[in-house]
Design a protein around this ligand. Structure first.
Ligand SMILES: [Zn+2]
Length: 837
């Protein structure tokens, strides 16, 4: 009987949302008239939003049509995704405001500058940046953007006029074009004529890697602070062009959930975010609540999500006088799905998102002056509390990494200066040309503090994302926050890299230090050209120039190219990779001589990366991106589903990144072992550790956190378990610089990003522990006391020789989110120097 009633209920619901009955009136507010001159979404798409999943091309076409038809909208293209899709932005406001837009922007920006106390905010428009579906397979946002843009372009009457007169809307319909395109393809190609809400249908089970991420499988909602991806660069530029007062970020969550809007859990707000930010977020929430009440939709707030990591779209604005707001809609994934709340249809999810987009604008309009004043006060207070002095970061051995951090700061409009002259602080020496000065007293001082600070005390022990991201650590740079401003030289308006050239030709040999960030890119070009190159296992010197472990030697004689060709080629390599190469005219160097056996011959590397179902797309994507974008190195993506048929002999290195489950079978282990014994280097990451141990590639001893749940109630159980995880924190390890895994590092300490609780015991033979956690390893972030007690003396790196090959393990992610420049070289050392270990 019960199942019969459920079946009836399901049928009833299906009919209620039968797609032939779907009409724009399902979404749009009652009692609004629309200008018939403005194209409706179905005029361009050929269907009502919600009937199918709109692809990025279709959304683009519609937005162009709207901009063409409506004087309220202008459209600009701000760049392209990795797959070449335009990153468009619509500016939506009244026709009058459009006539005067640059002046409005100038006045709005003045709120963030000194002298703002005299400005009259009662006459200023509020600026709202609305963005949709940064996770491409959370498609209700981008599909709701079709309706929101239509409404804003076509609605008529005093209400919309009042809104558009008082609001500048920066409208970003698709935050993640490449991901949305992938997802739309999946949902549409698996849609049946008779919509089937069975959650087990293929329609709801997207193929790996899914549409959540961008082209290189990055979660772009973590890149607002590091700004490493083209999509983020466009967004951040818009942000700093306007300093919007509210920024919204429309997502989806699990299908059984209802609708969430921020604020999140109060105790998990970053301490640098002002309390008033959260109070205003809460007040804005009352508008969402009222609008969702009106359409009968369930919702919740102040649970599950937080406002801690500033790299998220809804948190990034909170450190800049703006208010970021996260929306999460229970996902239908495809077109309709059975859930705890009955049949959840795609149109229903779109309607909630659309409703929240409008309630945001309603709140902005009603709270306009309050929110503008909040922004003004934020910057005034920041200026008042600013300390004197400056931060300085740099690396005399690796100017390149320092430059790449400076790039991030410039993207955020942070004021930076050259370093005037050499200076030392707390044992670290900074040099002009490879160091930068960041004044503490500046417009973005709070943002800078959030990027540079180290934090080890927390109000809560749970984090939605990472708990630490200190940039000087992630770039492995020397750093001080105790410099005086008199060390500052000229202010840097446009950041340029000093040109690198190869001044002299040699008939004898060339030398390249391994410290610069791009050195692996240069070496890869050299080896692929067929030139012989060697690596120095020991330091040496020529005259007064010191060459460190890992220096690359390229002899000028007995090569396939003559010395003239070699010179021309190395000059190109040097310019292209920005890495200095110098000429040597004698082998009689201090320390080892250039003909010594302490120089080991290197081979071109052919690297494969295992990908496919089960592999964590983020971790694999970070590696793909590193090779392809940073080092111009080819990497073969080997799909696991073909593994048994794959010819492994083509590869010198195979990388097994972290996975969500076990991805390789017993036969696969045998196949890999044979390949290793024949000379391959197998590199495993994170939870590959247990698989490598179980299949006897490595012999590992793990340390366990044996903490027991005492005095923990049923209600507290999740928090208790969560507190024993490591969501992402930064730890210090000691390096043996003579070991090839550490070649190119500037000193014997390194910061590592760790988001695993795998604690591997050190080997009893000390030189087999070239990287080892220090006695007080916590540099920044949250770790439970119990876990912190286990970490000292354990190792994040293991190497084992097997036959003619090597097995290497990293328990920590050396490539995290493309902003951990400081540890990328560990992977490159494993690739190029694995045979020397
Ligand atoms: Zn999301």
């Amino acid at each position: 009987m019960r199942s019969f009633i459920i079946a009836l209920f399901l049928l009833f619901n299906l009919n209620l949302f039968a797609q032939e009955d779907l009409d724009l009136s399902y979404y749009l507010p009652q009692d609004v008239t629309y200008n018939p001159e403005i194209p409706k979404p179905q005029d361009i798409l050929g269907y009502i939003p919600g009937e199918r999943h709109a692809s990025h091309d279709q959304i683009l076409n519609y937005m162009r049509a709207l901009a063409e038809a409506s004087p309220r909208i202008t459209l600009e293209n701000r760049g392209r995704t990795f797959e070449g899709r335009p990153l468009i932005l619509l500016t939506i406001t009244s026709e009058d405001n459009h006539q005067n837009l640059e002046e409005i922007r100038r006045q709005h920006l003045a709120l963030t500058e000194p002298g703002s106390e005299d400005l009259d905010t009662s006459e200023m428009p509020v600026v709202v940046n609305q963005g949709f579906s940064i996770h491409g397979n959370e498609a209700s946002g981008a599909n709701a953007a079709l309706l929101a843009a239509y409404h804003l372009a076509a609605a008529e009457g005093p209400e919309i006029n009042e809104l558009l007169n008082n609001t500048i809307i920066l409208f970003d319909p698709v935050f993640n074009p490449d991901g949305l395109q992938r997802f739309a393809y999946w949902a549409n190609t698996n849609k049946s004529e008779n919509i089937n809400p069975d959650p087990q249908d293929r329609e709801y089970d997207e193929v790996w890697p899914g549409g959540r991420t961008n082209h290189y499988w990055f979660d772009m909602n973590r890149d607002w602070l590091p700004v490493q991806l083209p999509e983020s660069r466009a967004r951040i530029e818009t942000f700093h062009k306007w300093y919007p007062n509210i920024l919204t970020d429309h997502h989806e969550m699990g299908s059984n959930s209802s609708f969430f809007f921020q604020p999140g859990i109060p105790s998990r707000t970053h301490p640098l975010t002002p309390d008033l930010n959260q109070e205003l977020t809460k007040e804005i929430g009352t508008y969402h609540a009222a609008a969702l009440d009106d359409i009968g939709s369930l919702y919740y707030s102040e649970e599950n999500y937080d406002d801690f990591y500033y790299g998220k779209g809804s948190t990034f604005p909170d450190i800049q006088g703006s208010i970021g707001i996260l929306f999460e809609q229970g996902s239908s994934r495809g077109h309709a799905q059975e859930t705890d709340n009955g049949i959840l249809t795609f149109p229903f999810t779109i309607r909630n998102q659309f409703t929240a987009a409008l309630s945001t604008l309603e709140a902005a309009k009603e709270m306009r002056v309050k929110i503008l004043n909040y922004q003004r006060n934020f910057y005034q207070n920041a200026r008042k509390e600013a300390e004197k002095g400056a931060y300085v970061f740099g690396s005399s051995k690796d100017a390149s990494s320092a430059y790449h951090l400076a790039e991030i700061l410039k993207r955020h409009k942070v004021e930076i200066h050259e370093l005037q002259e050499e200076f030392s602080k707390n044992g670290e020496t900074f040099n002009p040309g490879s160091s930068y000065v960041v004044p503490k007293k500046q417009k973005h001082q709070r943002l800078v503090e959030a990027m540079f600070e180290r934090r080890t005390e927390f109000q809560d022990s749970l984090f939605y994302d990472i708990s630490a991201w200190s940039f000087p650590l992630s770039f492995n740079l020397d750093f001080t926050d105790e410099a005086k401003m008199n060390v500052a030289g000229e202010k840097i308006d446009s950041l340029t890299r000093p040109a690198v050239d190869l001044p002299e030709k040699s008939e004898y040999a060339y030398l390249m230090q391994w410290h610069p960030y791009e050195a692996p890119k240069a070496l890869n070009s050299i080896l692929n050209k067929g030139l012989r190159a060697k690596v120095a296992m020991q330091p040496f010197n020529t005259g007064n120039k010191k060459f460190d472990y890992g220096t690359i030697l390229i002899p000028a004689q007995n090569q396939k190219m003559d010395s003239e060709e070699i010179y021309d080629f190395l000059r190109e390599v040097s310019k292209d990779s920005q890495v200095e190469i110098s000429a040597a005219d004698t082998g009689l160097t201090g320390g080892v001589n250039l003909g010594s056996n302490q120089f080991r011959a290197l081979e071109p590397q052919k690297v494969a990366l295992l990908v496919g179902e089960g592999i964590t797309p983020y971790d694999a994507g970070e590696i793909w991106h590193l090779f392809d974008q940073r080092y111009d190195m080819k990497i073969t993506k080997l799909d696991l589903s073909n593994f048994s048929r794959t010819d492994l002999s083509r590869y010198t290195d195979i990388i097994l990144s972290n996975s969500w489950g076990s991805v390789l079978e017993k036969e696969d282990a045998e196949k890999l072992k044979e390949w290793v014994r024949n000379g391959g280097t197998l590199i495993g990451y994170k939870n590959a550790a247990t698989w490598l141990d179980k299949n006897e590639f490595l012999d590992l001893e793990f340390k366990d956190n044996k903490i027991q749940a005492k005095n923990i109630t049923f209600e507290q159980r999740r928090d208790f378990r969560g507190a024993q995880g490591i969501g992402g924190a930064i730890f210090e390890a000691k390096q043996d610089r003579s070991h090839p895994i550490n070649f190119g590092y500037k000193d014997d300490k390194i910061a590592l990003f760790r988001d695993t609780t795998l604690f591997v015991e050190a080997d009893s033979t000390s030189y087999k522990n070239p990287i080892r956690y220090t006695e007080e390893p916590l540099l920044s972030g949250y770790i439970s006391e119990e876990n912190l007690a286990l970490l000292p003396g354990t190792v994040p790196f293991k190497h084992n020789s097997m036959g003619r090959g090597n097995v290497i393990l990293f328990t920590d992610n050396t490539n995290f989110r493309a902003f951990w420049y400081g540890t990328n070289k560990l992977l490159m050392n494993a690739i190029f120097f694995g045979d020397e270990m």
